[in-house]
Design a protein. Structure first.
Length: 246
């Protein structure tokens, strides 16, 4: 070893010692985070991360401010399918419940987890949370993984709002994901029901014809609802909300 190499090595060793680091500690620090059991895909829906869309932080900030007011009895939580409720129809169907809409376009399970960890719904006690999430995970995760992600969000909600009931809505059929995959996720989600604080409803079949194809006029694109689609959502879910907010 040359004198220069020796001195370089000596300098690195001294720096490591000064920081209290040893090679084994460095290796541990460099090791990737442990995978959640059942997750093999690159995307882990159980690890909280902020959404990557440009409007995420603005909307998250708005929802944090709304959380602080605590002036709502029903919270709709989800992705763009929730966010894009037409304002007039949202008021028509749900206005009587003093609702808030906490939908953010592009959100996946892990993004909702981040929002909750960062303070959305903290110390709030709405009567009911209506949640539809997982649509955007379907292209990145297996059906089992999406179900695990949804279950993780439900656990976070129960910890954040222990006195609040949760109505889980099944992921809706779309033209971008095989419906068999969506149905497998929904079947797993339905098992989270305890008939005390966690409830489940799947109105997706109402968007389909007798052959299982999406009815004309229900979708604006491959996944988002038209006003006609939101009409179905409102008509199907309002009776359930009425029962749960009594």
């Amino acid at each position: 070893m040359s004198n220069r190499s020796f001195l370089t090595s000596l300098g690195l060793a001294a720096a490591m010692a000064a920081m209290g680091l040893v090679p084994s500690m460095l290796a541990a620090a460099a090791a990737p985070a442990a995978k959640t059991p059942g997750i093999t895909s690159a995307n882990d829906p159980t690890k909280p991360v902020p959404g990557g869309v440009r409007w995420f932080w603005r909307m998250h900030g708005d929802y944090l401010n709304q959380t602080k007011t605590k002036k709502f009895d029903v919270c709709f939580l989800g992705d763009s399918i929730t966010q894009m409720w037409p304002g007039d129809m949202f008021g028509k169907f749900f206005g009587k419940y003093t609702p808030v809409n906490f939908g953010i376009g592009g959100d996946r399970c892990e993004n909702v987890l981040f929002r909750l960890n960062d303070g959305e719904l903290k110390d709030a006690t709405p009567k009911l949370i209506v949640m539809m999430i997982g649509t955007n995970n379907q292209g990145m995760n297996t059906a089992e993984e999406v179900a695990i992600g949804i279950s993780t969000v439900v656990k976070a909600l129960r910890a954040q709002c222990p006195k609040t009931k949760i109505l889980l809505l099944g992921i809706l059929p779309s033209t971008g994901t095989p419906y068999d995959k969506t149905k497998a996720i929904n079947a797993s989600t339905a098992k989270l029901v305890d008939h005390s604080m966690i409830f489940y409803q799947d109105f997706g079949p109402k968007l389909l014809d007798k052959d299982g194809k999406i009815l004309p006029g229900m979708l604006a694109d491959t996944v988002h609802l038209t006003r006609q689609g939101y009409q179905v959502w409102g008509q199907e879910v309002v009776p359930s909300i009425d029962k749960l907010v009594k």
